[in-house]
Design a binder for this molecule. Structure first.
Ligand SMILES: [Zn+2]
Length: 342
């Protein structure tokens, strides 16, 4: 889901319920971002497409300033952005225009505009249909909320949201990615948050109108899609950092851990997702990393975890005192990041 910067409240959707199921139960799928997942016969299965290309339809409906054809062109560009990642095996095919609405359990993946006056802060929503026995994705639908003003102009348009940026975020969900916390926000006195900067398209809050920056994937997005659909070369070439985050000697759940490559300056994040504070950051280029743990305080917790999760945020941002070396194709020594109470 993409939220406008004036985010006030969020509705729970199936996608996020599944996200939580993964986060609470399955450290096996803990990754460089929150992966969507579901539980099948007590086993957690990563939410992903098992066959490519993903076949999608576009709703044959124009809205003010965006024709159905312009919309379809931009949707194709958003898919291309993800399929162009050389370390991931993603592809998609436009199957045609349809009159069907997105967000219907009809077996067809449909992307289009819908007007939702009741979702006054929500720019777009992705929903899923999963195979009950295998957990694999069989359908995903995206709508952009035509309550807002939209643009497909090449350089963006003042006072309008950029279709390609928001669709690129939603297609990330469609492919099975959850949200990244690599963004900085400040609270507005009138409510909601203002985005100061983002290091991931998959950060849950959108840039303001007129901005086209989210057409371009960042390192955390690339790590996320590559870990979900890895090429064999990617598995061979990258490594990981594993460890735990502790507060007063006990592990904490929901701490955000960021690995910063001292050479390439790439940033990839993950959460501690077990009660004893374990985290894993996959998909890292071998090299030397600075590691820090920080509380989830730059976005609403509900964008990442369900209301029942005991996410610890009462600690100070803490740098691991030593640099961490990531080897090729595996993990180095387990690290413990000891944070202190805020
Ligand atoms: Zn989202």
């Amino acid at each position: 889901m993409s939220r406008s910067p004036l985010q006030v409240r969020r509705r729970a959707f199936a996608a996020f319920a599944m996200l939580i199921a993964t986060a609470a139960a399955a450290p096996a799928v803990v990754s460089a971002y929150l992966t969507l997942g579901t539980t099948v016969n007590g086993r957690t299965v990563m939410t992903r497409w098992t066959s490519m290309p993903v076949k999608y339809f576009v709703t044959n409906r124009s809205i003010p300033n965006v024709t159905a054809n312009q919309f379809q062109t931009v949707v194709a560009q958003s898919f291309s952005t993800w399929s162009a990642v050389p370390t991931a095996t993603v592809s998609a095919t436009f199957a045609g225009f349809v009159n069907a609405e997105p967000v219907r359990d009809d077996g067809a993946t449909v992307i289009g505009f819908q007007r939702h006056d009741e979702l006054e802060r929500t720019l777009g929503v992705t929903s899923f249909t999963l195979d009950r026995t295998t957990g694999e994705l069989v359908e995903a639908d995206i709508f952009l909320n035509s309550l807002f003003d939209w643009s497909t102009a090449a350089g963006g348009e003042t006072s309008k949201y950029d279709v390609q940026s928001i669709v690129t975020h939603e297609v990330g969900h469609l492919l099975g990615l959850g949200h990244s916390l690599l963004g900085e926000t400040e609270l507005r006195p009138t409510g909601g948050r203002r985005v100061l900067g983002k290091r991931a398209v998959m950060f849950p809050i959108a840039y303001a109108v007129g901005t086209v920056l989210d057409r371009t994937l960042q390192d955390d997005d690339v790590a996320g899609i590559s870990t979900t659909y890895p090429t064999s070369q990617f598995l061979h070439d990258t490594g990981s950092i594993a460890g735990k985050v502790t507060l007063d000697g006990a592990g904490i759940f929901g701490a955000h851990v960021v690995a910063f490559n001292t050479k390439t300056q790439a940033m990839v994040g993950a959460f501690s997702l077990t009660a004893d504070g374990q985290f894993v950051i996959d998909g890292l280029t071998p090299g030397v990393y600075v590691l820090r743990a920080e509380p989830l305080d730059d976005a609403d917790i509900a964008s990442f975890f369900d209301a029942n999760s005991k996410v610890e945020i009462g600690f100070k941002t803490t740098f691991h005192p030593k640099l961490v070396t990531v080897p090729r194709g595996g993990a180095g020594h387990a690290v413990e990041i000891k944070v202190t109470r805020k």
